[in-house]
Design a protein. Sequence first.
Length: 276
Amino acid sequence: MPKTDAIKMLHYLGGLLLMLVIQVGIPLALYYGLRNTIGVVYALVISGIPPFIWVIFNFFRNRKVDALGVIIALSFILSGVVSLVSGDERAALIRDSAVGAIIGGFFLVTLIPINTTFLVLRPLTYIIAEQMFSGMQYKWTDRDGIPRQQSILEWQYEHIRYLRWSLRLQTLGWGVFLVLELVACVIFVELTDMVADDIVKYNNIINAAIVGTMVSISIIASHYTGKLERSIGKKWTEENDFTEKFEQQQREEQQQQRQQDDDEYSTTVVGNNHIV
């Protein structure tokens, strides 16, 4: 791997690590460190502060709202509100499933097409992937000789229709399944005589089925998207990337300039010889 590529990869991994630490690591550390001291509700609310600070920082830096940071922060805060619900252990099971349903609601909300100066809302699966791979850029030169660059995922989202529909359907699937998990839990608690242990067991089975299904779909979709990206990307590059043309033109101009300089030098030398 060339040195410049290695530096770019380290820069990308560093940015990804920083994002995970601020939006996931610190909130979880705050929650588990504070819940036994100040209570679950306050611990969850405080845990939502670092992602909100990150959102504000990114807004002033990029003039755009970090949708993923907002979602993570609201998830912690709303989970704190849900934790206010009291009752027996069966009610606690519904409360825990409600947290997952809140996250599922956020998946569904991101399907609303919002495109403004400060906020471009895309499916949550896209937002997560963009945060993870934001350092990977595609660079090209347009027909006017102007260098351009765009994140690879954003380019794929704009030019590969299958990817757009795939991410929307995956987001819809996560949202619906997480909400239906709450519905199933309510049915188990309110309409059956199942003991809490059995409810937990069946909830875990449902969770495993949801995660396994959605992850499998994501892997298959990513594999197919990779094939389309190579095919569509090759054709698009041939039609829109003029990097090689302008590099060749620049080399020819440099060669002509060198030839011109050599001719002027030769003329000067011959002229001086005549004078002598």
